[in-house]
Design a binder for this molecule. Sequence first.
Ligand SMILES: *Cc1c(COP(=O)(O)O)cnc(C)c1O
Length: 475
Amino acid sequence: MKLIFEKGAPGQHLTLMPPCDVPEVTLANPRTEPLDLPHVSETELTRHYSALAKRVHGVNDGFYPLGSCTMKYNPKINEEMAALPGFAQIHPLQPEETVQGCLEVLHESEKLLCEITGMDGMTFQPAAGAHGEFTGLLLIKAYHAHRDGPARTKIIVPDSAHGTNPASAVMAGFSVVNIPSGEDGCVDVDALRAAVGPDTAGLMLTNPNTVGIFDKNILEITRIVHEAGGLCYYDGANLNAVMGVVRPGDMGFDVIHLNLHKTFSTPHGGGGPGSGAVGCKEFLRQYLPGPVVVKDCEGYHFTKPEHSIGRMKDFYGNFLVVVRALAYVLTLGREGIPEAAKNAVLNANYMRKLLSEKYTMAYAGPCMHEFVMTLQDLKDATGCSAMDIAKGLLDHGIHPPTMYFPLIVHEALMIEPTETESQETMDEVCGVFLHLWDVAHNDPDVLHNAPTKTPVRRLDEVGAARNPVLRYTEE
Ligand SMILES: *Cc1c(COP(=O)(O)O)cnc(C)c1O
């Protein structure tokens, strides 16, 4: 397929700008060579992007069980709300009194999401989950710095954690202490006890964790960290497993982030926009990034918390992502939110059961919103790896699950159907998975050579990572 720059011919163009109706100004240093823009007509432009869009696989095209990423259907009404001119066509520098409705959205969203998570305050500035982790860790850092105690430099992270957790801890200036998981996929409590000390700043944990298991020792875990003087950080990227059912705040967590672009309705996967909203308990609110919205008898205002860690992003974060989240929470309501969570868990267990007819599960069930299979035995028996099965799925129009994560499981495939898939779709997909298991035994080369029906075949991923070509150079 040709790039847009390789199409068309000089002279072809489309008129994007209306004629100039203000006095023209001559720039001090005008460009001396013409800008190299594509020369295409409107028809050609439309066809080009339409052709590209057909090559993309998204949740609107088919099943997308990318574990830990929560690729679920996002109700279109939330898009309509975010497109309302009163939200979409404002300027971030407008005076407060002209955008009271938008401030109300931020304030209401904070209130509702705090209620769902068991937190007392929230910022919407961070643009993604990892950005939220970094922000939350800076809150923990500010808290310890303010207290003048021993230097607390270490963040404890279990080995099943999402890769962004240790990365964020290091970026926030902490060193990372890794602790192992037990056979059951939960935190090894004895290892945690041995790891905490006067230098512990905190613990980062996901519950349910990345292998889809709810840690039954959670209250003991957070108590151990608190008794050592540390704080507890909850990675709530995938809250759809528990929202409306249990609250991180009640499990003993002090700081959390939510991925509004996973759990609360904004489509994601294309690189943004996102929102890694960070919630905290009352005693940490004074450190939140500013501005935050407060309400008094005259309306809504922006203020800066007393000991704010400063700004994490310009203005108020990705505001329209918050609008979608609010629309989602309000449409589902007090009954719909726990129902969505329970359906996410039910769907995962349904698929887990069907697939365990042939595939080996990494951990004993039941699971929460996702589960991990290990294909090591299949690979030993047939030579077909988790990668081969994933590529085989592509030829059936199914997006592969998350592969080779978490690192503690060999030949891992991590499946998250989400609450928005029907039983019929899951039956069909499980049928394909079980069929591929047979193909691996009967005709493994089919899988070694897959995919054959996609626009590109098997990509050289290592080559792409080692020698990335990030810029188009004209011949
Ligand atoms: C997706 C995810 C993150 C990171 O979120 P980004 O928005 O991609 O930065 C962190 N933790 C968990 C458990 C996740 O699933």
